[in-house]
Ligand binder design. Structure first.
Ligand code: 5RP
Length: 220
């Protein structure tokens, strides 16, 4: 699949999400190349959203350029919908996210929203999560400690060197996981001291997946 073909599917998924946005609402907006198409579509439908809550500095920059006001989550009482991409997704709507390193703010905005619609191209749909290395945001001083714990469980954590999250933390990308029970693993890893956020979105999964394909968009 060429990049242009993948982009066409991402754009299809992003545009299919528009009809689910309550008119005049504040929208939670995720991060990544699929969300970039969503922001383009929002810019073309001026007034569809009143404002946005952003999940990353990168998304805030795009929203600013699109002329969409960005609100602090602390100032928003009602967030009916969050729309974001994913790195992997199952038919149970469990996700791996954080390829772009924005997992913590993404998880916060997803938790705050009444509904979470995930927009992906069909290359992201998998039977079992884990081929994509699982991102974990960690407090920098705990990086090696957490890496040793993960290694003891048979996983292979790789430090995303040179990358600092919007929150000033580090990312471990964990290879070698076959994630049969995503909600349990999410809980276990989140409980490790020094872990800020695990890129598994299973305890609060997406409510709807919009999957862009060559033929159109499949809703799960
Ligand atoms: C960023 C994310 C993104 O949603 C994920 O990486 C998918 O990105 P893209 O739409 O570029 O494939 O979790 O932290």
């Amino acid at each position: 699949m060429t990049a242009a073909m993948a982009d066409a599917k991402k754009r299809r998924a992003a545009e299919a999400a528009l009809k689910h946005i309550p008119a005049g609402s504040v929208l939670g907006v995720g991060t990544g190349s699929t969300v970039r198409f969503l922001i383009e579509a929002l810019a073309a439908h001026s007034g569809l959203v009143r404002a946005a809550v952003s999940s990353s500095n990168a998304t805030t920059t795009l929203l600013d350029a699109a002329g969409i006001p960005v609100l602090d989550l602390n100032d928003v009482a009602d967030l009916p919908l969050y729309i974001d991409g994913a790195d992997e997704a199952t038919r149970a709507r469990h996700l791996i996210k954080g390829g772009g390193g924005a997992l913590t703010r993404e998880k916060i905005v997803a938790a705050a929203a009444d509904r979470f619609i995930c927009i992906v191209d069909d290359s992201k749909l998998v039977g079992v999560l884990g081929s994509f290395p699982l991102p974990i945001e960690v407090i920098p001083m705990a990086r090696k400690l957490i890496a040793r714990w993960l290694e003891a469980r048979g996983a292979r954590p790789v430090w995303r060197q040179g990358f600092v999250t919007d929150n000033g933390n580090h990312i471990l990308d964990v290879h070698g996981l076959t994630i049969a029970d995503a909600p349990t693993l999410e809980g276990d890893l989140t409980g490790l001291t020094g872990v800020v956020t695990v890129g598994l979105f299973a305890r609060r999964p997406a409510d709807m997946l919009l999957v862009g394909t060559d033929q159109g968009v499949v809703t799960i």
